[in-house]
Design a protein around this ligand. Structure first.
Ligand code: ARG
Length: 581
């Protein structure tokens, strides 16, 4: 198939409405039916057109259905008018079986590819390198990575950009502190930096307590930013060490970012002056207390006064926003992006609204580019405040992940006390990481969410362990003696549970395309949860191994296809499946 069911039906119904109403480019407005009794899909596009023409919607629907029935169509079995003028659509069993069998032979056929691939820049994870990654970086890293996997799967060209913070005053302080330690010769650098968090705190304490050192720190930033080789060298060492910390996390979390995806703030250092001049030449810059700022009428503070976007401070230093403006220009001009996504905490919404607006006023980009802040809410502790350690410190991400693996290990050994220790550990690694990721991805990203160990590690409900277990269970059925060398073809679709399961499997493509467009991975999680539920219903209602050979082959094939859909879906969430659990 060239498109998903939803895309095809949308086109067909849309065209039919246009044909019958005389209005061009009508939208079929097709959605997945909410209840199987209503058919498989529902077209909602008639009512608004009928209203526009002041016509009876059911009459128009009647005409549209007659038109659709006259067309040659090998995927739809029937159209039925319902309610005030919806059309309920039922897919034909012949189409379901034939598409399912294609996917059985060629699993990648389950997800269709877009007709015209776009170039999409995805800025995600993007930690500040002055400190170690902490829980605040978890959501952006996981959500961003799922989105790039999804978009790549449907055929877009994805450019990952890890816009790490590696520039600015904090680094002056850290460099000065490193030089201080080197003078005192207190051990090798890698050792001193093995705990970046501690290193940062020690430097900050000294900065706050020792004015001479603070002065040194400020001089170091200037030296660094003006390109002094010896400062650059120390800075490089620090950045290298900090990136190694990040990579350890990415590795543990199964995140696809690599060194090639780095798009550090420092990269734009030489462009900042040019951007400032450009804003000036467009007449957008004003002076405010010695700083260069942009005022845009759409941004006013609580007091009603206009809010400035600061481009250059009075001491000549540039800001986070200035770097983002330079990056926008680069992503549009050099990377030629159609979409540029920023998977960043919702608390930076104002920042992105402002830089997008300045970029628009200054025409920094091509017309085609769509700049989108893919915002996510805060991860909360059980007390409903941002997740912290008991002593109120931020939680290091590495500690959180290790704890999850430890908890998963206890869970796995409790469930299978006789299992070999090594095996338990390797299962626990996957389950522990998957649980943290899935708990996050399965929530609507825009809301805050409560981090809850017992919920995420449960084998019941919409969780990673439940889905991984469903997958492993299907795999164990396929390993049974009766399943040996079964003939792979799905022919049996008469039981309601069979049909619902086949339809659901084939709908994975609808879902993945919608995640690629709207950037809500929780849709995919909900889908996988429902898919696993439908498999369980099928498994209870339709004997597999005990059926006659024809049915047995067919149902084993359907089980295999379900496993393939689960595996592909989980893979797009960055979750690895286990053959046994
Ligand atoms: N480094 C920033 C932070 O830790 C996030 C960067 C997000 N990306 C961007 N282009 N501004 O808050």
């Amino acid at each position: 198939m060239k498109a998903t069911f939803k895309q095809l039906l949308n086109l067909q119904v849309g065209a039919a409405i246009s044909e019958c109403s005389g209005i061009e480019n009508c939208n079929g407005n097709v959605i997945t039916a909410s209840k199987p009794e209503f058919g498989d899909y529902q077209a909602n596009g008639i009512m608004s057109v009928a209203k526009q023409l002041d016509r009876n919607p059911r009459e128009l629907a009647q005409q549209v259905v007659e038109h659709l029935n006259a067309l040659e169509n090998n995927i739809v079995e029937s159209y039925a008018i319902a309610g005030p003028g919806f059309i309920n659509i039922r897919i034909s069993n012949v189409a379901l079986l034939s598409l399912a069998n294609v996917a059985l032979l060629k699993p990648e056929a389950l997800v269709t590819r877009v007709a015209s691939p776009a170039t999409i820049v995805v800025d995600y994870s993007s930690p500040n390198l002055a400190k170690e990654m902490h829980v605040g970086h978890l959501r952006g890293t996981i959500i961003g990575d799922s989105l790039v996997r999804v978009m790549e799967k449907v055929g877009h060209k994805i450019i990952r950009q890890n816009h790490v913070g590696d520039w600015g005053t904090q680094f002056g302080m850290l460099i000065a502190f490193m030089q201080e330690l080197q003078k005192q010769k207190t051990g090798e650098l890698p050792q001193q930096l093995s705990d970046l968090e501690q290193f940062y705190r020690a430097a900050k304490n000294k900065f706050d307590a020792d004015p001479e050192f603070a002065d040194e720190a400020r001089k170091s930033v200037v030296k660094l930013q003006s390109g002094d080789p010896s400062y650059k060298q120390v800075w490089n060492q620090f950045i290298e060490e900090s990136l190694t910390h990040c990579e350890e996390i990415y590795d543990k979390l199964n995140i696809t970012l690599s060194r090639d995806d780095l798009d550090a703030e420092s990269r734009y250092n030489d462009d900042l002056e040019g951007v400032t001049e450009l804003l000036n030449s467009k007449g957008l810059l004003s002076e405010s207390d010695g700083a260069k700022v942009v005022f845009l009428s759409e941004f006013v503070g609580k007091d009603g006064n206009p809010l400035p976007v600061i481009i250059q401070k009075s001491d000549g230093g540039y800001l986070y926003s200035t770097t983002d403006l330079a990056a926008i220009k680069f992503r549009s001009e050099e990377l030629d992006a159609d979409r540029s996504l920023y998977v960043v905490d919702a608390r930076q919404s104002l920042h992105f609204q402002q830089v997008f607006a300045v970029s628009k006023s200054a025409q920094l980009t091509s017309d085609k580019i769509s700049l989108e802040h893919i915002a996510y809410g805060t991860m909360m502790g059980s007390d409903g405040t941002p997740f912290k350690t008991r002593s109120g410190d931020t939680v290091k991400l590495i500690d959180l992940l290790d704890e999850s693996v430890r908890r998963a290990y206890d869970l796995v050994t409790e469930k299978n006390p006789e299992l070999d220790k090594e095996l338990c550990l390797s299962i626990a690694k996957k389950v522990g990481i998957a649980s943290v990721k899935y708990a996050d991805l399965s929530k609507n990203r825009t809301s805050d969410y409560i981090f809850d160990w017992s919920m995420m590690l449960s084998f019941e409900g919409n969780t990673a362990p439940y889905l991984m277990y469903a997958y492993a269970r299907i795999k164990s059925i396929l390993r049974k003696g009766e399943a040996e060398n079964f003939e792979e073809e799905i022919i049996s679709i008469d039981e309601n549970e069979e049909r619902l399961l086949i339809l659901k499997i084939l709908q994975i493509s609808d879902i993945i395309h919608s995640v690629s467009e709207d950037c809500f991975p929780n849709q995919l999680c909900n889908y996988l949860y429902e898919l696993a539920g439908l498999f369980m219903r099928f498994y209870e209602a339709c004997p597999i191994l005990k059926s006659d050979p024809l049915k047995r082959n067919s149902r084993l094939s359907l089980a295999k296809l379900t496993a393939s859909a689960l595996q592909q879906g989980l893979d797009l969430l960055g979750i690895e499946t286990l053959e046994r659990m």
